[in-house]
Write a protein that binds this ligand. Structure first.
Ligand code: URA
Length: 422
């Protein structure tokens, strides 16, 4: 294939045909287009954009670049949630077992954290023995049996996205609405879903920094997924302050367990309930969102989702005795430091970007793909916006492995908080 004319066409703002886009994806996936040419093409798309038809063609070609999950016929709808990511966003962990208890099948294929954005797989892998590398067959079997499985995309699923995302990551072409849409939806469409809820974040720690950008991304994704036969609803949620009170892999598992125990931070619980309610409504299991929220909230209160969570952990190789011991142990990092407030007042702001950067720099996130992650570090017991605080009281706690890093991390976490009297 001579790829140059297509790069030039997109550079000059031309509209590509479905066939041309499919050919680009196929050829790139089989290694026939060198990275330098694909990088140039992606940059042309970044600046020129793709129209809805081109975005659809790209999404479908990427979906079809690999295998898809195949499920037996079953009255339980297949559903999933995708979040565009943020700091402290652990919604998937309590949501997946809750959805299974609400009568859905949930093949939740998740990603790893990169930069300040945490990843569900890293959080799950902080649980002793838990395996995220399920084969497609094992994932389907577990979903049929338990209603839920949470794992990584297999090597044969959506290879085009894996290759393209790796290139986008190092060429400044991640924040493009058509490229993000195709990347996310190609993966979700390969799960053969009936319904999908998209949690599109906006704010300083989100991909989309402004609400209008997030609205455009949400509308683009919902419309395209709907056109491709997956009933989809987007919700927009703020990502200026962290979600919940904890950021860091194991700390977020602990907070997710609190949510499954029907306690824990109200903002986390509300978002979990909202995602479930949207899926109940989309699949006609609830006549309205209000009814859906009640169903979800009542289900959480039964304790069944907590049991389902543990059944899922056991099915995926977790050592439940070690997991319970780790939960009962309290703090697991080598050293914990409080971040005392320098004044009394009310917390007016918590900068999620700063918190995310501290967690990443302590080793809880990665600066490059494939880097190892420290599961135990992070920040917890964070005061939330609107809460009163007294001078000397802890704004948060910092969990570190290298105690030499503690003082600097404490100062950085303190700088994320704005406390004032009025
Ligand atoms: N998440 C994805 O899976 N792909 C993107 O392009 C951005 C976020």
């Amino acid at each position: 294939m001579n790829f140059l004319p297509l790069i030039e066409a997109k550079r000059d703002g031309a509209i590509l045909t479905d066939g041309e886009i499919a050919e680009v994806v196929d050829e790139f996936t089989r290694g026939a287009i060198p990275d330098y040419q694909m990088a140039s093409f992606l940059m042309a798309v970044f600046f020129r954009g793709l129209n809805p038809r081109e975005t659809r063609a790209l999404t479908l070609a990427m979906r079809d670049s690999g295998t898809k999950l195949k499920f037996p016929k079953d009255p339980r709808p297949l559903v999933d949630k995708h979040s565009t990511g943020g700091v402290g966003d652990k919604v998937s962990l309590p949501l997946a077992p809750l959805l299974a208890c609400l009568g859905f099948r949930v093949p939740m294929i998740s990603g790893r954290g990169l930069g300040i954005t945490g990843g569900t797989l890293d959080k799950l892998e902080s649980i002793p023995g838990f395996k995220t590398g399920l084969s497609e067959g094992a994932l389907v079997d577990q979903v049929q049996r338990l209603g839920v499985a949470m794992g990584a995309q297999s090597v044969t699923m959506v290879p085009a996205d894996r290759l393209m995302y790796a290139l986008r990551d190092v060429t400044g072409t991640v924040p493009s609405i058509p490229l993000i849409t195709a990347s996310i939806l190609s993966k979700k469409l390969s799960e053969s879903l009936d319904a999908l809820v998209l949690d599109v974040k906006f704010g300083r720690a989100a991909f989309m920094q402004t609400k209008p950008q997030a609205v455009t991304l949400a509308d683009t994704m919902s419309k395209l997924a709907g056109d491709c036969g997956v009933a989809t609803q987007s919700i927009l949620s703020p990502m200026d302050a962290p979600l919940g009170r904890s950021a860091g892999n194991w700390l977020e598992v602990r907070e997710s367990v609190e949510c499954l125990e029907n306690r824990g931070p109200a903002d986390l619980r509300a978002l979990v309930i909202e995602c479930a309610a949207q899926l109940l409504k989309l699949t006609d299991r609830a006549p309205s969102l209000v009814a859906g929220r009640k169903l979800a909230s009542d289900c959480l209160a039964t304790g069944q989702p907590l049991k389902k969570w543990e059944a899922m952990l056991a099915a995926q190789g977790a050592d439940l005795a070690a997991y319970h011991k780790k939960l009962a142990q309290g703090d697991t990092a080598k050293s914990i430091a409080e971040v005392p407030s320098t004044k009394s007042g009310v917390v007016r702001d918590v900068d999620a970007r700063v918190i995310g950067e501290v967690v990443r720099d302590l080793g809880g996130g990665r600066l490059s793909k494939g880097a190892a992650v420290d599961f135990e570090v992070g920040v917890d017991a964070m005061k939330q916006v609107g809460e009163p605080i007294r001078k000397g009281e802890a704004l948060a706690r910092v969990h570190v492995t290298d105690s030499g890093a503690s003082a600097k991390a404490v100062e950085r976490v303190r700088s994320a908080f704005v406390v004032s009297l009025r």
